[in-house]
Write a protein that binds this ligand. Structure first.
Ligand SMILES: [Zn+2]
Length: 499
């Protein structure tokens, strides 16, 4: 069925979106959630397994304390209340990559509830309610081989790798977010971005969306103003921040076209396609009763000591939003300037460059200017550009010391990014240092005067502006490695003219 989608402006003028986000974060604990198997990524298939994570009869799980601690810290950072007593639950469903045929999760007794996260959208603070933060275990991975697409359709066989089965997962569920209107896609993206930064600041996960350690499902529904919320769909496979935004937008457009045609929205999961930016239906959504939840009988309840929770709370690091505010003040930036630093992913880089001795203005100039431009051109993250904050600080110190002009510094930076060594090494090896040896510079000036007697005469007779041609000649003969201002002063001095 091909239908023409209405325009986005038209959709938000007539419908109100309600969104919600469920985010899974793989914790970076050393061992799995309920056994001692290692969690490192990339081992030979089925080598990081044991009777517990394979669900063999008679094996008994034991909860990983580090995972419980990490979950409580996430809950505290999201302003949640921490349960004084709660239990794990069995979520029953059959799936080949889940060896036990149930997943140990949490159901009606989550570890953390009722918090919020403040995010900035277009300079406004939006408070996103957090419904719950709970702890569960990951499934294994199924690989479909023999087909062209890697999907089950057309495959000749399916292989299962249980290395990931049992890795601790934290699920963070927002409360429904109504009222965002046309900004709903941006609010969704801002939330996932901020959540990622908060979790990264806690050091409990590497939160890399592209590697799957942070995965996001996006719920979207539309309703007419003043009417009840519509039926929601859940979009899966959203693997980048940009996709979070695109997925909400595309689902809003699709649902509007269904509703406009007098249709109904089916409650279902949908798959997001990175290439086309649209979604296709998956399975119709199970309700909680389909999972036949019941308290996990093989595990004791969790009862975190309030004194321990208070200790964890007191030891939380400075959270990203407050840290950005502090840095903005220290660096003397406007909201708009700070926003461009944040958008460029340069906060940490500039902070480290300043710590290495550069001024905030200089650090910002290099990271947002030359280096951002290169990152965009080559399609790499700014942090992976090949220059470190220490190197950028060193480059600036060479400029400050008069050894490099701005132009030469950019050439040196090129060499640093290309892996030719530190700024000082590149400057020396490529012989790029500003000619500061007065003798050499005087010789170059005298040579230029001798070669251009007419111009020299003009300058002598008071036409000081004509000196520009001589400056150009000296810059040329020193291959740009002289400071133009000093050259000009020296020319006037040699010609006996006051500058
Ligand atoms: Zn195991």
């Amino acid at each position: 069925m091909t239908t023409t989608l209405p325009s986005y402006d038209d959709v938000v003028a007539r419908y109100e979106p309600v969104i919600g986000l469920e985010t899974h974060v793989e914790l970076g604990t050393r061992t799995k959630m309920f056994c001692g198997c290692p969690t490192d990524f990339g081992g030979e298939p089925n080598t990081r397994v044991c009777p517990v994570c394979l669900g063999l009869p008679g094996s008994l799980p034991v909860a990983n304390k580090a995972a419980v601690e990490a979950t409580i810290r996430i809950g505290l950072a999201l302003n949640c209340s921490i349960a004084q007593w709660c239990r794990f639950a069995r979520k029953n469903y059959f799936y080949p990559d889940m060896p036990k045929n149930f997943q140990i999760s949490q159901y009606d007794e989550p570890l953390c509830v009722d918090g919020y996260l403040d995010v900035e959208v277009n300079g406004e603070t939006v408070r996103i309610g957090i419904e719950r933060v709970h702890l569960e275990e990951d499934t294994g991975k199924t690989l479909h081989v023999g087909g062209a697409t890697g999907r089950i359709h057309g495959a000749t066989e399916s292989l299962v790798d249980y290395n990931r089965a049992g890795i601790p997962l934290v699920e963070i569920v927002t409360k429904p977010i109504p009222g965002a209107g046309a900004l709903a896609p941006e609010v969704a993206r801002a939330y996932v971005t901020e959540l990622r930064d908060v979790i990264r600041s806690l050091g409990v996960s590497d939160v890399r969306m592209e590697e799957g350690s942070l995965r996001c499902d996006v719920n979207t529904s539309l309703n007419l103003p003043g009417e009840e919320w519509g039926t929601r769909t859940e979009t899966k496979n959203v693997n980048s921040l940009r996709s979070v935004e695109r997925a909400v937008r595309s689902e809003m457009l699709r649902q509007a076209s269904v509703l406009d045609a007098g249709g109904r929205i089916t409650q279902e999961t949908r798959h997001f396609h990175e290439d086309t930016g649209d979604t296709t239906p998956g399975r119709s959504k199970e309700t909680a009763t389909d999972y036949r939840y019941f308290p996990e009988p093989d595990l004791v309840p969790l009862a975190p000591d309030p004194a321990w929770v208070a200790e964890l709370k007191a030891a939380l690091p400075e959270l990203p939003r407050l840290r950005r505010r502090r840095l903005q003040q220290e660096w003397g930036l406007s909201d708009l300037d700070m926003q461009s630093v944040v958008n460029a992913g340069a906060v940490e880089l500039i902070e480290a460059t300043v710590a290495a001795g550069a001024s905030p203005a200089a650090a910002r100039k290099w990271w947002l200017g030359e280096l951002s431009r290169r990152a965009n051109e080559t399609g790499v993250e700014l942090a992976d550009i090949g220059a470190t904050p220490a190197q950028v600080a060193e480059l600036q110190s060479l400029v400050d010391a008069g050894k490099l002009t701005d132009k030469l510094a950019r050439t040196v930076l090129e060499g640093v990014v290309a892996g030719e060594g530190s700024p000082t090494e590149v400057m020396t090896n490529r012989n790029l240092e500003v000619v500061s040896d007065t003798g050499a510079l005087t010789a170059a000036v005298d040579e230029a005067i001798a070669a251009n007697p007419d111009i020299a005469e003009k300058v002598r007779s008071g036409k000081v502006a004509a000196a520009g041609a001589l400056v150009g000649a000296v810059m040329k003969s020193t291959r740009g490695q002289a400071d133009a201002k000093s050259v000009r002063e020296l020319i006037l001095e040699r010609l006996g003219v006051q500058g």
